[in-house]
Design a protein around this ligand. Structure first.
Ligand SMILES: Nc1ncnc2c1ncn2[C@@H]1O[C@H](COP(=O)(O)OP(=O)(O)OP(=O)(O)O)[C@@H](O)[C@H]1O
Ligand SMILES: [Mg+2]
Length: 252
């Protein structure tokens, strides 16, 4: 289990220090799928980066299976089985896709053949294994290759940051099936940051993050009902506005 206890994170913004995460408390159990969602700028990626050790909390603790990992580096956390697929993945000039996959798996422990890993993210392997992870890859291709690097590892906690971003419909379908399969075949805690209904439907729990805090931890049913209600409220307000405009036109 991964626990975040009273986590506060600040960052430098010009001359000021701003608080980007405020008193975050989370308990993420093994073999569960958590979908993190909420408005842009709410703090989802910052929580992911804090779990990975990219952002260091000013206060609070991070505990992995009873062990305090708050002061552990990114590399140590990676060795302990925490993985993070970035919202905007980095490129590695001079490195081939097959080398990146093998490095990700640490040369050992690889959970599948590189061909299978790429197939799982909807990439035709022959075309990609020898490609360089440089600017010649499209955004969607790069995103899928990075997801494959996480699939290559045996992870205790895997965090995917908007895996759907830039990914076509066919690959998206494959990706959701892959998440389901990881869940069935392993004890990995899956945290998927997403705005997609299809991904929300995979969740055991939905974590809503806004304004640097966890505003709600709820079920997929409740979130999907809220979205439906929001849409119907918007439609109602639009229709009222149209009626008002039409009657103002009549009065003139
Ligand atoms: N290193 C940083 N320095 C300054 N501000 C930061 C830093 N990292 C995050 N922020 C700010 O913290 C807030 C939360 O950012 P974060 O990237 O976590 O949001 P998000 O929920 O992932 O948004 P999105 O849905 O757009 O990806 C934003 O206002 C962002 O500008
Ligand atoms: Mg983000």
């Amino acid at each position: 289990m991964l626990e975040l206890k009273n986590i506060n994170v600040t960052a430098q913004n010009g001359d000021n220090r701003i608080q980007i995460l405020k008193n975050i408390n989370l308990r993420l159990e093994e073999k569960k799928i958590y979908v993190m969602t909420g408005p842009n700028g709410g703090g989802k990626s910052s929580i992911a980066k804090t779990i990975m050790g990219i952002y260091r909390p000013d206060s609070g603790k991070i505990i992995l299976d009873g062990e305090d990992i708050t002061d552990k580096s990114i590399t140590e956390r990676a060795r302990m089985g925490i993985g993070y697929a970035f919202q905007q993945p980095p490129r590695f000039k001079g490195l081939q896709v097959k080398e990146l996959l093998s490095l990700a798996a640490n040369g050992e422990n690889i959970t599948g053949e590189p061909c299978d890993l790429l197939y799982d993210v909807g990439l035709c392997t022959q075309d990609y294994l020898d490609r360089e992870v440089n600017t010649s890859l499209s955004g969607g291709e790069l995103k899928r290759i990075e997801i494959a690097t996480l699939l290559a590892r045996k992870l205790r906690v895997a965090v995917f940051d908007e895996p759907e971003a830039g990914i076509d419909l066919w690959s998206f379908q494959k990706l959701t099936e892959t998440f389901e399969r990881i869940h069935e075949n392993s004890d990995t805690t899956l945290v998927i940051i997403s705005h997609q209904e299809r991904i929300v439907r995979l969740a055991h729990q939905v974590i809503v993050v806004s304004d640097g805090t966890i505003s709600e931890i709820t079920s997929q049913e409740k979130i999907l009902a809220d979205v439906k209600q929001f849409d119907s409220d918007c439609r109602c307000r639009r229709d009222c506005l149209k009626e008002e405009l039409a009657s103002a036109e009549c009065d003139r």
